[in-house]
Design a protein around this ligand. Structure first.
Ligand code: G3I
Length: 344
């Protein structure tokens, strides 16, 4: 019954937007544009979910890029000073290998999910730099040849472009960024190195700060390959001209761009009504990305609405992804599929 409703909705929407889309998701997004990375963040231990089989089946059919949503974060992978737990992340890599997917490593240096043993200690500067280096060496070394790209530093800036007063900033100052990127290149010379953040899609004070950081990196020979734009947005969308201009200035610095964590949340009291807007937003963003040669991939932060972080975090919002809670493709899915197909 629910499936029927979605199909009808999707067909209505496709008609309305001029999309000649199919009503089922049998082929998968990845097969529409094999040259483009289309990815998702995978729920913790997804192989243990009660609907693990469905989860894996849809993931393998649809995506050629996977990010462990949480299981490469410091607190999880390195919970004690002398303990590394790689098993969960290894299972993601095995799944990726089996299904010919690339892996996006998330994340090496971040203000959140820092384990207690790190936070509780009084660090001398050199001691903390050594700890950061050994974490980067150990984690990147473990996944060498298995992880295609790494978020080296995540969310280091405030909205006004100043530095976030994070654990790293307080202890090491601005230098934690070049130190982390330089070490990451040494630890795995083939992995793509990303700076990743939210609200940096358009031209604003935060994206200006990121731009200036990369200019300084270029001047000083600090390695960086790409910017990850998280893109946690609403069905109201973003300023597309500003997004295009921002991508252009980053591309002019020789950077690649990845949309790393896209979701488009809808107010809970307008779920059905918000679906066409949501589809439009996904389609516009993907189209602009595909029109910019430096933009190499788009990932959603989750796959099914069933396991999305959104409703837990943004009270009154939900339904932000391409698949509903029953893994049925939503209008946004068909809009994305259409853009991939029609821009080949
Ligand atoms: O690991 C503990 C577990 O021991 C404990 O029993 C459980 C009880 O709540 O919590 C577990 O930690 C949770 C963690 O996910 C791992 O599952 C945290 O409570 C929970 O807050 C955490 O949420 C994640 C959040 O990042 C913080 O790390 C979300 O699932 C994840 O979607 C979200 O992802 C972030 C990206 O990393 C960076 N960009 C923004 C994005 C959305 O916030």
């Amino acid at each position: 019954m629910l499936l029927k409703k979605w199909i009808v909705n999707a067909l209505i929407l496709c008609g309305a937007l001029g999309f000649g889309a199919t009503a089922t998701a049998q082929q998968g997004l990845r097969s529409q544009r094999p040259d483009f990375l289309i990815g998702f963040a995978a729920a913790n231990d997804f192989w243990t979910l009660q609907d693990a089989q469905k989860f894996s089946e849809v993931a393998a059919r649809e995506f050629n890029l996977i990010t462990p949503e949480n299981q490469m974060k410091w607190a999880i992978i390195h919970p004690e000073s002398d303990v590394y737990q790689f098993a969960a992340a290894d299972a993601h890599l095995a799944f990726a290998r089996k299904n010919q997917m690339k892996v996006h490593g998330h994340v090496l240096v971040w203000h959140s999910q820092i384990p207690a043993w790190m936070l509780e200690k009084n660090w001398a500067r050199n001691e903390l730099i050594d700890a950061m280096y050994s974490h980067i060496d150990r984690v990147m070394g473990h996944f060498k040849n298995g992880v295609y790209m790494w978020d080296v530093v995540n969310e280091a800036f405030n909205e006004d472009g100043s530095m976030r007063p994070s654990f790293w900033q307080k202890n090491l100052g601005d230098s934690h960024l070049p130190l982390a990127f330089t070490r990451a290149r040494l630890a795995d010379s083939r992995a793509k190195l990303l700076y990743n953040d939210y609200n940096i899609e358009t031209l604003n004070r935060k994206s200006d700060a990121v731009y200036k950081m990369v200019q300084a990196f270029r001047k000083n020979g600090v390695p960086i390959d790409a910017i990850g734009m998280q893109m946690h947005i609403t069905s109201g969308g973003i300023d597309m001209t500003s997004f295009q201009q921002n991508m252009k200035r980053l591309a002019n610095l020789g950077l690649d761009i990845y949309i790393t964590e896209m979701d488009v949340r809808i107010p809970k009291n307008a779920q059905e009504a918000g679906l066409p807007d949501q589809a439009q937003v996904y389609a516009q963003v993907l189209k602009a990305c595909l029109a910019q040669p430096a933009c190499k991939g788009l990932q959603t932060w989750g796959m099914s609405d069933k396991y999305s972080w959104v409703s837990g975090f943004y009270k009154g919002f939900g339904s932000a992804l391409l698949f509903d809670e029953n893994y049925q493709p939503k209008p946004a899915y068909f809009a994305v599929e259409h853009v991939l197909k029609s821009t080949q």
